[in-house]
Design a protein around this ligand. Sequence first.
Ligand SMILES: Nc1ncnc2c1ncn2[C@@H]1O[C@H](COP(=O)(O)OP(=O)(O)OP(=O)(O)O)[C@@H](O)[C@H]1O
Ligand SMILES: [Mg+2]
Length: 138
Amino acid sequence: MIFETHDENETWAVAKQFAATLRPGDIVCLEGDLGAGKTTFTQGLCAALGAKRAVTSPTFCIVAEHPAPEFLVVHMDLYRLHGEEDVLQIGWEDYLARGAVLVVEWPDRAGSLIPVHAKHVRFAYGEDESVRKISLET
Ligand SMILES: Nc1ncnc2c1ncn2[C@@H]1O[C@H](COP(=O)(O)OP(=O)(O)OP(=O)(O)O)[C@@H](O)[C@H]1O
Ligand SMILES: [Mg+2]
């Protein structure tokens, strides 16, 4: 399904709908260019799940934990990492063993650590500056 959003609030609404489908252990790959809306979507996702801690996009923070009532949400921005070894170093397998939901920006950095059953959300720019196309697999 492809959604077209026109501002951050609409992207949050799409994230809320997607959040309802998540189960412990899910891996969510957020794919799209710089500024396409991956972090904004994660903010909406965490808010919808009832996580209290603010989602940010800090330059030097690769992993952030967002405890929610049903499961731990772990937001990862792998942009600055260089491969699977780096990704393992930040606790990838421990988080999965704990039943966390992993929400991953720049998942290509994780290579073959991304399982076939991962969920993919794709972000693309639209015609106008504030238009985004968000595709969810169903
Ligand atoms: N429809 C929209 N949905 C989401 N964000 C939008 C939209 N329109 C404009 N924006 C703006 O686009 C930017 C999206 O930034 P965001 O940090 O979410 O992108 P990102 O994909 O995480 O980028 P990066 O790869 O650099 O981490 C924000 O500045 C936001 O205000
Ligand atoms: Mg981001």
